[in-house]
Design a protein. Structure first.
Length: 113
């Protein structure tokens, strides 16, 4: 669940991309596919929030227009190596070792240029 960091209450308009800039303020810029012709323009600061970012969190503007944060998902760090392998797959390596061959296919060699 996300936690609200700053209550800004920004009202969104169609064709604009809303984001948190480097200074922690809510800004907006024209969308590349927002309908109509895209003009080069600098981002506009909509609300001064001054949010200090923490590592490991994703910051976004929620439906109500407030700045919220949620912990980033880091799937690869906590998983065990054998957790994803099925029992049949684990025994296939043992059978191949007894035969004297490798369990996996070797990748094809790349041709030199």
């Amino acid at each position: 669940m996300a936690t609200i960091v700053a209550k800004t209450g920004v009202k969104r308009e169609a064709g604009w991309l809303y984001f948190l800039d480097k200074k922690g303020n809510v800004s907006r810029t024209r969308m590349a596919r927002g309908g109509g012709k895209v003009r080069k323009s600098k981002p506009q600061v909509i609300a001064k929030a001054g949010v200090k970012r923490e590592n490991g969190f994703l910051y976004f503007i929620d439906k109500k227009g407030n700045v919220a944060k949620v912990a980033m998902a880091r799937p690869g760090s906590r998983r065990r190596k054998t957790a994803g392998r099925s029992p049949a797959r684990r025994t296939a390596g043992k059978r191949a070792a007894r035969r004297g061959t490798t369990a996996r296919r070797r990748p094809a060699r790349r041709a030199r240029r």
